[in-house]
Design a protein around this ligand. Structure first.
Ligand SMILES: [Zn+2]
Ligand SMILES: [Zn+2]
Length: 154
């Protein structure tokens, strides 16, 4: 587990939000809900955790914005996001309209992969067509030459 030093030592953040960050990081793989996290930071319920979570969002280390086609989730960042990286909204993929925030903004991982495969397939097709166009006469010529040779030997 890696805890961003500046964040933990940031006196501007409340003690609870700093603890919340540490607890969230420790529990992130378990998929804990805020309700489960609450008692670990000395709070009673998810409702009470919210303002502290907002503090972490404000600090750029947590994202809680909803993403297209995904269940609401809390995304933790090990280092604070820069101002440009912090967007209020989910950035949809230009191809399929699903969330693309985890990948290149505007192109999701799946579509990126599809485009890569499509491009490779197109290149293969182009190469094959070039070879076919260039080699068609040659191939016929060679087989007919062999045929001639065979005829001559017989
Ligand atoms: Zn998104
Ligand atoms: Zn896509």
């Amino acid at each position: 587990m890696f805890v961003h030093q500046e964040l933990v030592l940031n006196a501007e953040l409340s003690v609870t939000s700093r603890l919340l960050y540490v607890v969230l990081q420790a529990r992130v793989d378990d998929g804990s809900s805020l309700g489960e996290v609450a008692p670990l930071v000395g709070l009673e319920n998810a409702e009470q955790v919210r303002p502290f979570l907002d503090e972490l969002v404000e600090a750029g280390v947590v994202e809680t914005r909803p993403h297209l086609g995904r269940a609401p989730q809390i995304v933790l960042h090990q280092t604070p996001l820069t101002q440009e990286e912090r967007t209020d909204r989910c950035v949809p993929c230009g191809r399929c309209g699903e969330c693309s925030c985890d990948h290149t903004k505007g192109l999701c991982r799946i579509c990126d992969e599809i485009e890569r495969v499509e491009k490779a397939a197109q290149q293969d097709l182009d190469r094959w067509m070039r070879q076919r166009d260039a080699g068609a006469t040659y191939a016929i010529g060679r087989s007919s030459a062999r045929l001639h040779a065979g005829t001559a030997q017989a």
